[in-house]
Design a protein around this ligand. Structure first.
Ligand code: 3AM
Length: 190
């Protein structure tokens, strides 16, 4: 199975993000239902490793937390433009802590450590090298028109292990397991 760990987004948030999926010729927009915040891409693993990953993820204990989204940015630019994404307002210490715990858990399950720096984001669009080239002025216009993007705060009370099946016209993501985060204590419960 091809797996990744992510935060699912509530439907109203996916709808708010989906409203920005317009006005950029050449973009392959991520379908609203597929929008998510990746914590760790795992890739292809066999059933035994998948079970080990599941048990290590299930041991993670952390309170639920919030995150807001406050900017648009890209991975790569010009000819090397790869993705357009919405970024999480920083600092967000709980989100980084969760990502570090997920990283530790998958390494404990036998995976090689991730060397790339974690940039918490939700991918809105991807661009193909050959036919997806977006002129720099079009991208600039899109980014400045949408600079007002502010979404959240969004409450995250779980994270999810997804499987991904690649298809020519998009990926199919299936939630395989949910891992609840602890409910923060309400005032007066202390
Ligand atoms: O959340 P984003 O969109 O940044 O691009 C894929 C997506 O990231 C990424 O895993 C997330 C869930 O599909 N992904 C796919 N293949 C990958 C690979 N070979 C990969 N990340 C790293 N290496």
């Amino acid at each position: 199975m091809r797996l990744f760990v992510a935060l699912s987004l509530p439907e109203p948030v996916r709808e708010q993000l989906g409203a920005f999926e317009d006005g950029l010729p050449g973009a392959r927009w991520v379908p609203e239902d597929n929008l998510h915040l990746t914590l760790r891409f795992i890739g292809e693993v066999d059933g035994g490793v998948a079970r080990d990953i599941d048990s290590c993820l299930a041991e993670i204990a952390m309170p639920a937390f919030e995150a807001s989204f406050d900017r648009l940015d890209t991975f790569g630019d010009g000819r090397n433009l790869r993705a357009l994404w919405v970024g999480v307002a920083s600092p967000n210490e709980p989100l980084l802590r969760l990502q570090a715990k997920v990283e530790k858990a998958v390494v404990r399950a036998g995976l090689a450590p991730e060397s790339r720096k974690f940039t918490p984001h939700v991918t809105l669009a991807r661009f193909s090298r050959n036919n997806g080239r977006v002129p720099a002025d079009k991208m600039q216009a899109y980014l400045s028109q949408n600079a007002r993007l502010r979404i959240g705060p969004v409450q995250f009370d779980r994270f999810t292990l997804f499987s991904s099946v690649l298809h020519r016209d998009g990926s199919i993501y299936t939630p395989e397991a949910d891992y609840p985060l602890e409910r923060p204590l309400a005032v007066g419960q202390l």
